[in-house]
Write a protein that binds this ligand. Structure first.
Ligand code: BTN
Length: 246
């Protein structure tokens, strides 16, 4: 990954460049990195603050030999790779909130956005977008975001080298991807569970079908989360926003 690399200054979103490249036939491992995104995208149609030179804004092309319904597993794999590499380089206490937010003391420092193109069940490609708020200062964020977002620099009180972080992430990613291709999702799910901060505490989850309150217990092999409701029943949620602990 990253052997073929496109480094840009200002772009709309690295997702757009990587998607175009994938549609033009670029192979798995193609990586786009930008200094700034004018229209950085987050999950659920949200934006992503991506000021010049302050973070890692990158997208990679994947062509995994798995059906489309395995895409959520790759999101979780990416979260594990990010969490492990961030912990290693920064020594900060980084944890994962389901499905793929990386948090330090409850505040978000990194996000992952997977966009896939498929024909029927066949996956054509995935564009995996990774945003890491590395050296942003407090005044780089809109004020209302500061409660929920943080950068590595704010959390550690010192700046970090982006190249070192990217290299550490790609190394972790490649090792885990190899493991996934050889042994499937189970070993990745176990790693994910060991890094999760969102298990074992009662939360409110907002799903497309309505709200569910309960205690997230474990990952389902599909990448969904299993939540124990107050009446003792277990529900499996594929898509939901997880609130703060109740
Ligand atoms: C989220 O947590 O909502 C996902 C954020 C993903 C942000 C990254 S930055 C690089 C790539 N390009 C984008 O426009 N988004 C992703």
């Amino acid at each position: 990954f990253g052997k073929k690399l496109l480094v840009e200054g200002e772009v709309t979103s690295t997702q757009d460049l990587a998607r175009n490249a994938a549609e033009q036939g670029e192979a798995e491992g193609y990586l786009v990195i930008a200094e700034q995104q004018k229209n950085g995208r987050g999950r659920m149609g949200r934006g992503w603050v991506s000021p010049y030179g302050k973070g890692i804004w990158m997208s990679m092309v994947l062509r995994p030999p798995v059906p489309i319904h395995c895409a959520p597993q790759l999101t979780l794999l990416t979260a594990v790779a990010l969490c492990r590499s961030l912990r290693r380089v920064t020594e900060l206490n980084v944890g994962i909130k389901w499905p793929n937010d990386l948090l330090i003391d409850g505040r978000k420092i990194s996000g992952i956005l997977l966009e896939s193109a498929a024909e029927d069940e066949r996956l054509k490609h995935i564009v995996a977008g990774i945003g890491i708020s590395v050296n942003l200062a407090a005044n780089d964020y809109p004020e209302e975001m500061l409660e929920k977002a943080v950068s590595l620099r704010i959390a550690a009180g010192r700046p970090f080298d982006r190249t070192e972080l990217i290299a550490a992430f790609l190394k972790e990613w490649e090792e885990l991807y190899e493991l996934f291709l050889q042994q499937g999702f189970r070993p990745i799910a176990e790693l994910w569970e060991s890094l999760a901060v969102s298990l074992g505490q009662k939360v409110l989850l907002t799903t497309p079908q309505g709200e569910v309150s309960g205690v997230p217990e474990s990952l389902h092999d599909s990448g969904a989360i299993r939540v124990r409701r107050e009446d003792g029943t277990l529900v499996t949620l594929f898509s939901a926003e997880m609130g703060e602990p109740l």
